[in-house]
Design a binder for this molecule. Structure first.
Ligand code: FES
Length: 158
């Protein structure tokens, strides 16, 4: 992936080139690229004058960061116990079918990445599916298509 270094520089500058803002800088960079390409990590390290290993350390420590390309939209299906007993596996199967991906994969059009999680702390709403941070509770396989459609539309409108 070709990285526009100016965008990375603008993000770093917006935090006053402050090392204490490393996590926020990486979060903003990930919002821009949907993941953290190697060139971005290198540039952030150079600009903040931090050892590359330190920036990699932060990028790999937090699960919210990804070093692999991710889709425009991040879909999480909860497979915690409460969601599981209420039918989460069937919801997950339907999401996989709709997006034609396995958990941990990104759709070919780079629009969606599917991941599973173990309990989001909102068990009463289970089974839960989260898209870009928005919770969709009491999911059923029949509701999956409608939820994904909202995000497909949004992506097309860009
Ligand atoms: S098990 Fe899914 S939110 Fe708790």
């Amino acid at each position: 992936m070709e990285v526009d270094v100016k965008k990375v520089d603008a993000i770093v500058d917006s935090y006053g080139c402050n090392r204490d803002s490393l996590i926020s800088i990486l979060q903003d960079a990930q919002s821009e690229y949907h993941y953290l390409p190697e060139d971005v990590i290198r540039r952030v390290a150079t600009r903040l004058r931090l050892p590359l290993i330190q920036v990699y350390g932060v990028a790999t420590f937090f699960k919210a960061f990804s070093l692999k390309p991710r889709g425009e939209h991040l879909v999480h299906v909860c497979l915690g116990t409460a969601c599981h007993v209420r039918g989460a596996p069937a919801v997950l199967d339907e999401v996989k079918r709709q997006l034609n991906v396995e958990a941990g994969e990104t759709s070919k059009d780079m629009k969606f990445t599917l991941e599973t999680v173990n309990c989001l702390g909102a068990c009463a709403l289970g089974p839960i599916m989260v898209v870009d941070g928005s919770y969709h509770g009491q999911m059923r396989p029949g509701k999956v298509r409608g939820v994904l459609k909202q995000y497909k539309k949004g992506a097309e409108g860009k």
